[in-house]
Design a binder for this molecule. Structure first.
Ligand code: BES
Ligand code: MN
Ligand code: ZN
Length: 533
């Protein structure tokens, strides 16, 4: 018998849907981001944040902006830096109260390491640290002074974009379920990104806009992932996608179980059949006039992965609300594509379901027919992601894309191989794989190529069906990739296993604890590169 009891959701959900006057989403504190070419002494901010490489402290006496500011403070800054052993090393932070001797009440020095290694990507975590520090002492306006090495024609736009992203991401918090008195309010309202060193010809407004747009999408993805599974069921995830579609002018199609049956999505429906929550297949589309390319992005949307009858132990299940991080990434990213009006046609697909054990759950040994027609024998119900993705990929291929990507918290094995911070990238197209990795480098997201060795296909061989859903223990990330590859055909395809980086167990730089919004930035970087090509 199906249960009709529904748990009480604590707060009116979803915050994602709740419009606020300034930006449509309450997850973000409205932040007024601007650029400036004023010298440091003319900034009116109550917090002056200085991105410091090590060069100033290698010279004796110190040189550059630090020395200049130190002089205005009668030598107090460098003497404090010396006593605190602040040398501009990566992640070192020094806060200095100016006691009325500067316009800014506080100075924050943000160490970023050796000058020679500095890239615009270093500004993302630095800007987030600046905002967090400023917020720690209740500042409202922050002026972020970029290091002169990055204020070049070559780096200016990328630096402004990265700093804008970092500043905004630094305000992110998921505190809606905390009582009012347990929340730390965000006080920072204004961040000015200052590049006074060299006059820059480039129009920095588009870079700033890209930074804001990217950060907004990342925060939306984080919100979707951070919601507990009770508040992010397939139905509610589809509702969030619907709200985003209305907000960004996307078209949306949501298929329920009957429509999925009409689509012959036998693998997806088998995973869904054990849950009391009905599945939802979400198809968001952004179709600009005369697109340069058509790209399909598929995201794994398992809103809770208990493992099914191959039930996970408590520790393995604890974090499994994050198993829809791929779906969150593609949904948030397509919204940003529409806001930015890129000349690329994009379709975001997410087969959303829970994976639950019950009397109606799919079983070990079951043989299922995929949308593509191929049959699959189930030898582990916890390898559910590849089943949902296979049918979504088949649906996506019917759209005849130039490129197809999938993003999935797919295997623990990928985390064993690459650790918790790096995503695994597998592809059937060398060139596209390289383009994707280049976009990831530009976006500052860590990804690493893994192979798809054909001979491991033996592990997926079944006696009674076209294939099994699970291989042996070794090479678990690769056999998952090979399983997907067998559904892709010749379409250029990239599979991104984000099981590790989709969440973080502690805050670091611009990355928040919990859902990270991983992959959104690279999706946007890749599509912008396609648009510019
Ligand atoms: N959602 C999990 C993978 C996962 C693990 C994501 C840890 C994030 C953190 C996936 O559905 C799964 O259970 N994979 C199995 C595959 C195995 C049964 C072949 C795994 O990794 O153990
Ligand atoms: Mn699983
Ligand atoms: Zn899973």
């Amino acid at each position: 018998m199906l249960s009709t009891w529904k748990p009480l959701i604590l707060t009116a959900w979803p915050r994602f849907l709740a419009p606020s006057e300034t930006h449509g989403y309450l997850c973000l504190v409205p932040l007024n981001l601007t650029t400036s070419t004023l010298p440091w002494s003319e900034h009116e901010a109550d917090c002056l944040a200085l991105v410091c490489d090590e060069s100033a402290f290698l010279a004796s006496p110190a040189i550059g902006l630090v020395a200049e500011i130190d002089e205005a403070l009668g030598g107090a800054l460098l003497s404090l830096a010396a006593s605190e052993r602040f040398k501009g090393k990566k992640n070192q932070t020094l806060t200095f109260p100016t006691f009325g001797r500067l316009r800014a009440q506080r100075l924050v020095l943000l160490g970023v390491g050796p000058a020679a290694d500095l890239t615009p990507n270093d500004l993302r975590p630095a800007a987030a640290r600046a905002v967090r520090a400023a917020n720690g002492f209740g500042a409202h306006a922050v002026s972020l002074l970029l290091p002169s090495g990055l204020q070049t024609q070559e780096h200016a736009a990328a630096s402004v974009q990265a700093a804008a992203e970092g500043a905004w991401l630094g305000t992110y918090r998921f505190d809606k379920y905390l009582s009012e008195d347990k929340r730390t309010p965000v006080t920072v309202t204004d961040v000015q990104i200052a590049l006074p060193a060299t006059p820059v010809d480039a129009d920095l407004a588009p870079a700033l806009a890209r930074g804001r747009n990217t950060a907004l999408a990342i925060c939306q993805a984080r919100d979707l992932v951070n919601e507990p599974a009770v508040a992010m069921t397939p139905t509610l995830l589809a509702a969030a996608a619907d709200a985003l579609a209305k907000d960004c002018g996307l078209s949306i199609k949501v298929l329920g179980p009957e429509a999925c049956r009409d689509e012959n999505m036998g693998l997806f429906l088998a995973v869904a059949q054990g849950s009391d929550e009905p599945p939802r297949f979400v198809h968001l589309a952004y179709t600009p006039p005369q697109p340069k390319k058509r790209v399909v992005i598929v995201g794994k949307g398992v809103t809770f992965d208990s493992g099914g009858l191959s039930l996970k132990p408590n520790d393995g299940m604890l974090d499994m609300k994050v198993d829809m991080a791929g779906a969150a990434a593609v949904i948030a990213a397509i919204g940003a594509v529409a806001r930015e009006k890129l000349p690329i046609e994009v379709h975001a697909l997410a087969a959303c379901t829970e994976n639950m054990p019950s009397g109606s759950a799919y079983r070990l040994g079951d043989v299922l027919r995929s949308k593509a027609g191929k049959t699959v024998e189930i030898n582990n119900t916890d390898a559910e992601g590849r089943l949902t993705l296979a049918d979504a990929i088949t649906y996506g291929l019917a759209l005849e894309p130039d490129q197809l990507f999938d993003f999935a918290t797919l295997t623990g094995a990928c985390m064993v191989a690459l650790g918790p911070h790096i995503a695994g990238v597998m592809t059937n197209d060398e060139g596209l794989g390289q383009d994707w990795l280049a976009a990831a480098r530009q976006a500052g997201e860590e990804m690493w190529r893994l192979p798809l060795p054909e001979r491991l296909n033996d592990m997926l061989r079944s006696e009674i069906a076209d294939m099994k859903n699970t291989g042996e223990r070794w090479g678990g990330a690769l056999t998952a990739g090979l399983f997907l590859k067998s559904f892709v055909g010749n379409t250029p395809w990239v599979h991104v296993d984000i099981a590790g980086p989709a969440t973080a167990d502690k805050e670091a730089g611009h990355v928040s604890k919990g859902g990270t919004g991983f992959a959104v930035a690279t999706i946007l970087a890749h599509l912008r590169r396609l648009a510019a090509a």
